[in-house]
Design a protein around this ligand. Structure first.
Ligand code: HEM
Ligand code: HEM
Length: 225
């Protein structure tokens, strides 16, 4: 498996960032939602500290991911994907990137304006506050963090649904190629053939050369897309 992406495949580092961040966000959301429902006693402080440390880790991973993307343009979208869908997918991915930064930043901001205690990353190094304390906007900052989190959840659910639709209805291999060990896209003609032509009953029958998957024009890569 290559570290870098190419015109057909996601590289292993892009996959690592994608799925590590997804798993951490699921864990982070669970901890966040459980901890805010717990009675406000001193024993919740380690849970809050853990949530903040994991959130800062997600923020750092998102920065690394975006930095890597500058050197590692994404593979091409499936050939034949309608233009409006390509634009929609790109807008959705851009929004996911924005929320990937906005959610941890808003948590960090809330922690800063609350200024309860110094912020540590897993007790190892002190992280500066983003602003000075301001109790008058504490509630607003907390609500902003929650609203952005729910926005991220909604966009991510839609995004995952689109990945499943591409994989199992369009059968273009979009989800498979993002999975560890997954290959490239199914070529457009091959996917179309598998959906529109019933299985050949006569094993001697020949597929006309014009319908062969080998004739498929490979999708063109669009750097920086
Ligand atoms: C991607 C990263 C993050 C996710 C997905 C996330 C998610 C959440 C969720 C779901 C809640 C509960 C919201 C509610 O129902 O009120 C929450 C609360 C909280 N988060 Fe985060 N969070 C992230 C990053 C951070 C960071 C980086 C910090 C601070 C450095 C932080 C600090 C807090 C605090 C202090 C609360 C409690 C809010 C309150 O008591 O009103 N979070 N977070
Ligand atoms: C919090 C959750 C998620 C976030 C923030 C997220 C974010 C992203 C982003 C930003 C991209 C575009 C990568 C780039 O162009 O650099 C992407 C691609 C992708 N994601 Fe996610 N994702 C999440 C969850 C999921 C889930 C749950 C699935 C599937 C079950 C999924 C499947 C995919 C696939 C298949 C691609 C590649 C799409 C393509 O080749 O055009 N993602 N994701």
């Amino acid at each position: 498996m290559n570290l870098k992406s190419d015109a057909q495949h996601w590289g292993s580092l892009a996959k690592f960032f994608h799925w590590t961040i997804v798993l951490l966000i699921i864990m982070q959301a669970t901890v966040g939602l459980v901890m805010v429902g717990m009675p406000k006693k001193p024993n919740i402080i380690p849970i809050y500290s853990f949530h903040k440390s994991v959130g800062l880790t997600i923020f750092a991973l998102a920065l690394l991911r975006l930095g890597w993307r500058a050197f590692d343009p994404r593979p091409a979208e499936p050939a034949g994907m309608p233009h409006w869908q390509v634009l929609g997918a790109r807008a959705g991915h851009a929004l996911l990137y924005v929320l990937l930064f906005a959610v941890p930043l808003s948590g960090w901001w809330f922690d800063s304006v609350s200024a309860l205690r110094p912020l540590y990353w897993f007790g190892l190094s002190e992280i500066p506050h983003l602003t000075g304390p301001d109790k008058s906007i504490k509630d607003f900052a907390s609500q902003t963090h929650a609203v952005l989190f729910w926005a991220l959840s909604a966009v991510a659910v839609g995004h995952a649904a689109m990945a499943f639709i591409h994989q199992f209805i369009n059968r273009d291999g979009t989800l498979l190629r993002m999975l560890p060990g997954g290959g490239g896209l199914a070529s457009a003609p091959a996917a179309a053939i598998s959906q529109s032509i019933p299985p050949l009953e006569n094993s001697d029958a020949q597929i006309p050369p014009s319908a062969s998957a080998a004739d498929a024009a490979p999708p063109t890569r669009e750097p920086g897309a």
